[in-house]
Ligand binder design. Structure first.
Ligand code: AHR
Length: 360
């Protein structure tokens, strides 16, 4: 614990930047050393569920990293998209006295009590993927995941540039936003990107409804909004699986899916850039796919290794992510970042070669 306090003091003195925020250091505590006699480290991982291809890739990455062969005992819990199941799982991990708790939270709020219980038990908690919104950020040791607001900003800046290049004015973009699970960081950031762009560019936002990050719900929402609006020309899906469902609904309704919005096509935009999502870009069903990288296993392991070695870890670690489009109408965009400021992002045109080189 002394190591942790010293490190926090050093961290404050060094006044580190926001992108790699000040971190925690040291083993779980001076009197509670990680690992069994044979050095195995026990990790309890509370996963959101199995709602999407992205989630499947994320689970695979975690299971492959925290394998017995790599010196870990992984206790994996699938919460089926329910926060109460995640809270129960964390309490079980505490009872089992695991060395580390890793939490992929379904939504941002509602974690203070259970994370305090983990802290009181001296078990470091690493948050992965979505964030938690807690009153005291010492309740978790570190977070690693995506800049979801930057993802939303990137996608909307691309849409603005694409529509401008095609001669379509902002007021003629009639948009449906199929949102993710309400209250999840991925939904909050991507929806915020859309809301800001609607204000800035005068877009016509027809509907915002949750598709819960699933294909079935994405299809259901699309079927329902198609009955209410006959002028939809952009569908902003907050993940790939919602896009697959929306494309099925659009096709079944006789709409032509594609980027030629000036000539009656309905453009589908998506997030994640899974293999299936990029295949849909290659097939011109999805016009832009903004990456959300799920390969967090090695990133979480790096944090644990540093903590085991008594080293300081960054409190917040944002992952670098790309953008993939059907063509090079837009070559790059300038997007807003969560930490403030803007950054340039190049657009990659999807080819078979691009897809074959990707791991998920
Ligand atoms: O939190 C990441 C999001 O959750 C991904 O975009 C989505 O596919 C997943 O279910």
């Amino acid at each position: 614990m002394k190591k942790k306090i010293l490190s926090l003091m050093l961290c404050g003195m060094m006044a580190m930047g926001v992108m790699a925020g000040c971190g925690s250091a040291g083993k779980k505590s001076a009197d509670k050393k990680s690992g069994s006699k044979d050095g195995t480290i026990t990790v309890g991982f509370s996963q959101v569920g199995a709602e999407s291809d992205w989630r499947t890739a994320n689970t695979k990455s975690m299971k492959e990293t925290f394998s017995e062969a790599n010196g870990y005992k992984l206790i994996f819990d699938d919460a089926q998209q329910k926060q109460e199941n995640q809270i129960t799982a964390i309490r079980n991990f505490i009872q089992q006295d695991v060395d580390y708790i890793v939490l992929a939270p379904v939504t941002e709020t509602g974690w203070d009590t259970v994370l305090k219980e983990a802290k009181d038990a001296g078990i470091p908690v690493i948050i992965v993927d979505r964030m938690v919104d807690v009153s005291d950020d010492s309740l978790y040791t570190a977070w690693v995941g995506s800049d979801f607001y930057a993802e939303g900003s990137k996608a909307c800046e691309w849409l603005n540039a694409y529509a401008t290049a095609k001669g379509v004015s902002g007021k003629d973009l009639h948009i449906v936003d199929i949102q993710g699970t309400i209250g999840a960081s991925a939904q909050i950031g991507r929806t915020k990107g859309m809301d800001e762009a609607v204000k800035a560019y005068g877009w016509d936002l027809l509907e915002q409804q949750t598709g819960e990050f699933t294909q079935a719900k994405g299809q259901e929402v699309m079927e329902s909004v198609l009955k209410q609006h006959d002028n939809i020309n952009v569908v902003y899906c907050e993940n790939d699986n919602e896009a697959f469902g929306a494309i099925d609904a659009l096709t079944a309704a006789g709409k032509k899916v594609g980027g030629d919005i000036a000539n009656g096509e309905v453009m589908v935009m998506s997030f994640d850039s899974t293999n299936a999502g990029l295949k849909d870009v290659l097939d011109k069903k999805i016009t832009l796919n903004t990456e959300c990288n799920p390969l967090h296993g090695p990133r979480v392991e790096e944090i644990i290794k540093k903590l085991e070695a008594g080293d300081k870890v960054d409190k917040l670690q944002y992952v670098d992510e790309a953008m993939f489009a059907v063509d090079d109408t837009v070559k790059s965009v300038k997007a807003k970042m969560s930490a403030g400021g803007e950054k340039d992002f190049d657009i990659t045109v999807v080819t078979d070669d691009v897809i074959s080189k990707r791991a998920y």
